[in-house]
Ligand binder design. Sequence first.
Ligand SMILES: *Cc1c(COP(=O)(O)O)cnc(C)c1O
Ligand SMILES: [Zn+2]
Length: 427
Amino acid sequence: MSVVVVETDTTNPRAGLREGAFGNATALACRECGQQVALGPFYACPECFGPLEIAYDFPRITREEIEAGPRNIWRYKALLPVPTDIEQSPNMEPGFTRLLRADNLGRELGIATLWVKDDSTNPTNSFKDRVVACALSAARELGAKVFACPSTGNLANAVAAAGARAGIRTVVFIPSNLEQPKQVNSAVYTDSLVAVDGNYDDVNKLASEIAGEEDGWAFVNVNVRPYYAEGSKTLGYEIAEQLGWRLPDQIVIPVASGSQLTKVHKAFQELVRLGLVEDKPYKVFGAQAEGCSPVSVAYKAGVDAIRPVKPDTIAKSLAIGNPADGIYVLDICRQTGGAVEDVTDDQVRDAIVLLARTEGVFTETAGGTTVAVLRKLVETGQLDPELETVVINTGHGLKTLDAISDRVGPVATIAPSYAAFTDAGIV
Ligand SMILES: *Cc1c(COP(=O)(O)O)cnc(C)c1O
Ligand SMILES: [Zn+2]
């Protein structure tokens, strides 16, 4: 493994960085060859084009120090690429969402101990507020003028809102066929919502092109992706802390680009290494919708290569046909003894209603996918129903109302009289 730090020069944006701009982060390291690059707006290895990831020199940190922190993701700031005074800069303060004991859903699915990590209660109602908060900090420290993203919907919401609060110009790009609530939920915060005629992978390609041509643009999931991705680790930290500084036995995580799944695993590994939780085996499961299941297809075929697909599913927030972190998801799920599974759109709809009626949690299609996969994993014997299991709900159902609007509604429409009520035979 070569560890050569590329010399910084005056054209390197790092030259203007203030001391401690990225906290305990020390460099960007290639996930494939280990090559190190100075911290900056870089995402691909100059040697092998592999993805860059943040490297740290973590200080000794105790549970008590973390517990004394704010009730948001900044309680873990020592483990993120953000400055020590991050709370001072205007941001959305996401995180520390509920970990719900889901006994009703567990009973329904035959799982003894089940928890729902409910990230639908973040400021813009999806887990994306976590990653965007870290990307915003990086954009600010790197002196970006425009805060931008290609998005399947939720990311656009989070970027537009965080940029508004931070007082930085935002431009967000979405596929033009996106659910209307997700369009409104972005456009309300920004005057620059750009709808692109194409699918997410087309939008993503356009964003990379713009990032290459324009100066001063921070595309959260493109050129500042290494910083952005680290935000997902906070999901893993929180789950462990909320379980009383323990790791679960099994965890089911939705897969779009695959970043979240890889980072939750990384978070668990870091907690073990830092002595904050006891080491133990745990299984990681990935959830996809059948209409966009390139990772699950590769998993089932027993191959390492992921063949890109054209998405066709109601789970639009997971509709990435060419997932950047797909191969790492395969590795993690295989190594930990988990699996990657997929479900039909109808199973997604059923699971949305099931979660709502058992736990009072209204999830979007991504959460429907995850709960439906959980159910399928139990039914097919891939997940052990006796082991403690966590399922992540990553977004709110109000954003994808259309998915279930023909399944739920009034049981009857009646005249405003007691007689009409009793006649309707509701009770
Ligand atoms: C973006 C997103 C995901 C998955 O994100 P990746 O890290 O790209 O795999 C899951 N759920 C929801 C609701 C999302 O918006
Ligand atoms: Zn490399």
